[in-house]
Design a protein around this ligand. Structure first.
Ligand SMILES: [Zn+2]
Length: 439
């Protein structure tokens, strides 16, 4: 797609129309209350939440994308000056409230921008989204998928959110005398909190701004800002730390639960022993023949919950797709090309590394290494640190996750994503290194 036509989750460049997949801060970087570059398209729910995040924003710029319907936009081709039509459909991304994938078609072909997404196969809502996408592309060849590759690595395997939510409940029930704090962001994980509230028949404390968000989302009965009404509190992720837990435990027995696809390793730079134990646990993991990672258990069952600290549990409740879910998604969409939208400065795993063989292009240079079934994975592709949406380098998407934390690793400080990837792989290779396995 040529430069100057549309931008997705990018707010600094000149385009004719802008699209917002969801309101997490790593997708709104550059957007502000005074931003007024042009029409901004988003889902109805995102529009409802928008004014709360950006007070004083000129809401007349907001355009609603109804989910599941094609919207037709008449734009002007910047290169030749003639009119061109772009069609776009929003599809539920099953990520956080209001999050959508965006499917575009026009003279440039057919492009799918996933934004952040979870591709579960077990819920009615997930099946609706799957059917919607399949119907939309049944007569289309998808040229490029811009993919949420947050967990695009065979190491990242975790259960459905339904199972993980029950794990959280089990932890809370097994600590009847403890207060419980759960780390969350300003948006997302609502279903987890609702599950806890309904199963345990308790209210959950949230901070005042989060209560306003809950009310905007229509949840009026399950949350409170009165600490005396409940022993379970959802707190901002940034305030969730070992120091916080240790401080709370000087007053009352308290445990912390971090719902995340990754083990939570914040503040470990001052606790090398804890970090070493985390490394050891990861090195103990074994790759099964279907690519899943299991932790050794005496009873042979998989274990997903990690106790990272005397007071801290990590539960793999993820709003991003696991590796196997991404694989299933790519098999269904079968795009010609794949580009990751999540990058890290020092280690970026190009999705084509794993899924090139599932894509239509099947170009030799891209038919890299569909080797998640291999046991001794020692190498990863370390390619570009940016992905682009648009022509050439004109619309590079450089994303730093809002919750990135720095941890000490091999003498340096890197993001937790980078560190964990390095734990798994130990080295990087060049993109053109010869593949050992092809599909
Ligand atoms: Zn997100």
């Amino acid at each position: 797609m040529e430069k100057g036509l549309i931008s997705v989750d990018r707010w600094t460049e000149g385009s004719q129309v802008y699209f917002l997949t969801h309101l997490h801060s790593d997708h709104t970087h550059g957007l502000s209350s005074s931003w007024a570059k042009g029409p901004l398209f988003c889902s109805r729910l995102t529009a409802k939440l928008f004014g709360f995040k950006f007070p004083d924003f000129n809401l007349s710029l907001i355009r609603i994308l109804d989910i599941g319907s094609w919207h037709s936009l008449s734009l002007v081709s910047p290169s030749i000056g003639s009119q061109t039509t772009v069609q776009v459909m929003a599809i539920d991304a099953h990520h956080c409230p209001g999050a959508v994938m965006l499917l575009f078609r026009g003279e440039f072909g057919c492009l799918l921008y996933t934004g952040d997404f979870r591709w579960e196969a077990t819920s009615e809502r997930a099946n609706r989204g799957r059917d919607m996408l399949c119907n939309a592309i049944k007569d289309e060849a998808v040229d490029i998928v811009y993919l949420d590759n947050t967990y695009c690595n065979p190491s990242y395997t975790f259960p459905t959110r339904q199972i993980a939510a029950q794990q959280v409940v089990d932890i809370i029930v097994s600590h009847p005398e403890h207060d419980v704090i759960i780390g969350i962001d300003t948006l997302g994980k609502e279903d987890l909190l609702l599950h806890i509230s309904r199963v345990l028949q308790i209210k959950i404390w949230v901070w005042p701004e989060r209560l306003q968000t809950m009310h905007l989302l229509g949840f009026h009965d399950n949350f409170t800002t009165n600490t005396s009404l409940t022993r379970v509190r959802a707190v901002p992720r940034y305030s969730f730390s070992t120091e916080t837990l240790e401080g709370l435990n000087t007053m009352r027995p308290t445990i912390g639960i971090m719902p995340s696809g990754l083990p939570w390793v914040k503040h470990l730079q001052r606790d090398d022993n804890l970090f070493d134990s985390l490394l050891t646990r990861y090195n103990r993991r074994k790759m099964s023949t279907n690519g899943e990672v299991r932790t050794d258990q005496p009873d042979g069952k998989s274990r997903y919950v990690e106790k990272l600290h005397e007071y801290i549990y990590s539960v793999p409740y993820s709003d991003h797709s696991s590796f196997l879910e991404i694989e299933d998604f790519v098999k269904i969409v079968q795009p010609t090309n794949l580009k990751g939208i999540v990058s890290a400065s020092t280690c970026y795993i190009e999705p084509m590394y794993y899924f090139g063989c599932l894509c239509g292009a099947n170009q030799p240079a891209q038919r890299l290494h569909y080797k998640h079934k291999r046991k001794g994975r020692g190498r990863v592709a370390a390619g570009q640190t940016k992905s682009s949406f648009g022509s050439g380098n004109s619309a590079k998407y450089e994303r730093k996750r809002g919750s990135i934390v720095k941890i000490k690793f091999l003498g340096g400080h890197v993001s937790r994503v980078t560190a964990l990837r390095r734990m798994q792989h130990g080295a990087k290779i060049l993109e053109n290194e010869s593949p050992e396995n092809s599909c």
